[in-house]
Write a protein that binds this ligand. Structure first.
Ligand code: GDP
Length: 180
């Protein structure tokens, strides 16, 4: 990359309540007590050092920021599908409906960005809620294989695998850069 500057847009997708904002807050280093949240402040930039090299991610948590009229919302979702250099599709392991939505988002993404080989990471969040689990780790992994994306399970509550998630995003982006 001759420009020397590398900033990559990472868009979070997924049903309401699966933990997108919690994950992005951990990425941004925001503590729960720093909230109440500020409207409009839904993209966070951070430079990560991964494998001895720095990469800046701009993580966008804009999927459902505001309630919009349906046609506007569709247009906005379409926009989100266009602007990402990488996607993180989040579901909750305690919510099978959100897992099914994740598949639909993956299909929608493939349709929108047909020829492109963009990194997509499927994330099963809320692994700490062991007794409420509705989606097994095997199902998550199998889904990722079918949809040709990476897979990780996280717990934003326990801060488990969240660093690994965003480092994984960086590695996936680099893999695509290197093979160009
Ligand atoms: P979003 O709508 O996808 O942005 O989800 P939020 O980040 O707002 O989270 C929705 C709710 O789930 C909040 O009450 C969070 O505290 C909770 N939550 C998020 N991640 C986890 C997790 O890993 N474990 C548990 N137990 N709760 C979580």
């Amino acid at each position: 990359d001759s420009s020397g500057e590398s900033l990559y847009r990472v868009v979070l997708l997924g049903d309401p309540g699966v933990g997108k904002t919690s994950l992005v807050n951990l990425f941004a280093g925001i503590q729960e007590r720093d909230l109440p949240e500020q409207p409009g402040e839904d993209a966070y930039e951070r430079t990560l050092s991964v494998d001895g090299e720095e990469t800046t991610l701009l993580v966008m948590d804009t999927w459902e920021t505001e309630r919009r009229p349906q046609d506007e919302e569709n247009r906005f979702h379409n926009y989100c599908m266009q602007v990402g250099n990488a996607y993180v599709i989040v579901y909750s392991v305690t919510d099978r409906v959100s897992f099914e939505s994740a598949s639909e988002l993956r299909i929608q993404l493939r349709r929108t960005r047909q020829a492109e080989n963009i990194p997509i990471i499927l994330v099963g969040n809320k692994t700490d809620l062991v007794r409420c689990r509705e989606v097994s780790v095997e199902e998550g992994r199998a889904c990722a294989v079918v949809f040709d994306c990476k897979f990780i399970e996280t717990s934003a509550a326990l801060q488990h695998n969240v660093t690994e998630l965003f480092e994984g995003v960086v590695r996936q982006i680099r893999l695509r850069q290197d093979s160009k």
